[in-house]
Design a protein. Sequence first.
Length: 400
Amino acid sequence: MGKALIIGCGGVASVAIHKCCQNSAVFEEIMIASRTKSKCDQLKNELEGKTKTIIHTAQVDADNVAELVALINEFKPEVVLNLALPYQDLTIMDACLETKTHYIDTANYEPLDTAKFEYKWQWAYQERFKEAGITALLGSGFDPGVTGVFSAYAMKHHFDEINEIDILDCNGGDHGYPFATNFNPEINIREVSANGSYWEDGKWIETEPMEIKREYDFKGVGKKDMYLLHHEELESLALNIKGIHRIRFFMTFGQSYLTHLKCLENVGMTSIEPIEFEGKQIVPLQFLKAVLPDPASLGPRTVGKTNIGCIFKGKKDGKDKTYYLYNICDHQECYKEVGSQAISYTTGVPAMIGAMLVMNGTWRGEGVFNIEQFDPDPFMDALNQWGLPWEEDFDPTLVD
Ligand code: NDP
């Protein structure tokens, strides 16, 4: 069918690339381009001979629009799948605009110097993408991503209006380290050390970090403590889902993770304010990232399952209704299939699916779209086909 340029070659990209290579009918040719070309070459060597997809590699600085434009003009992909870091979203969108190429990502833009999770910078590209006649698909990971598709599916098939959504993200995996993060530590720690917030009756209610705690019994995992966090899809779902009064996001954390995090925070290691160290400016959180285990190295040691999904409360034919849609994913199964743990897997698979649906024209529009704005059915089918089957429960335990 066509060509995709994949930017970044970390944990999530590695899974998405494995999945593109399993789907050679759509991804006939891919270019893996990242800051460190040797990682791209290593992955290419691993996959070549096992796939019909033709793989190219390149070095690129995705902060540099001119370099990106030159690469896109040379390779001429139908889509660019951005799996670098949220800091690169806008430069990559700029390059897509200049070359009129469709854009897909998994995380909203964040400025380097403030941990802000908002769509406003990317939504500001709406008119320019419309004028260029190209699609930007924002947030095609799991959360954001599958959680938005689940919401659109629930709305389409099960409700006349959805009044409440609770997104529950449970990682029941154990990697055996006292402290490590399952995806990029800098992005992960920025997210969990920020204030929490949820959307209720048209406004944001802000909480202290980890202020709201609940226990939930997750199918496939068991009972876990979970904490309310701000999460980027709350902002778009609050706009796009009809009848919504409240939307919250909870993530599970073990006590050891929280104790380590508190200690690191207390000594200033999670700060994103640059400090002077031996005559050089360093950002403490970036230094911490350098000493923590690389998330890519967790694959072989992580056992257990994830369970991520959404509980919906609303109305159908005038009656109250509840509905829970979720996916259970096994860390070791993922490792056997693609050499990664389930957090990278549950993000990389939807990234490939989003790129596929834009590439084959199933999902197309002119402008900037959050994932729940497209027809969820083809994505839901693809989740079952490509390794993230979903389950449903019509009588779930609710979160108070
Ligand atoms: P990693 O840190 O493992 O990988 C990031 C990759 O981007 C690395 O290969 C890195 O290069 C490359 N990169 C960084 N800066 C540049 C640059 N300036 N130019 C070119 N390449 C660059 O991160 P993850 O794979 O864990 O995460 C990738 C994305 O997925 C992030 O945006 C993250 O927020 C998102 N994510 C989304 C989730 C969801 O459910 N929606 C869940 C988890 C993650 P190098 O190898 O040199 O470091």
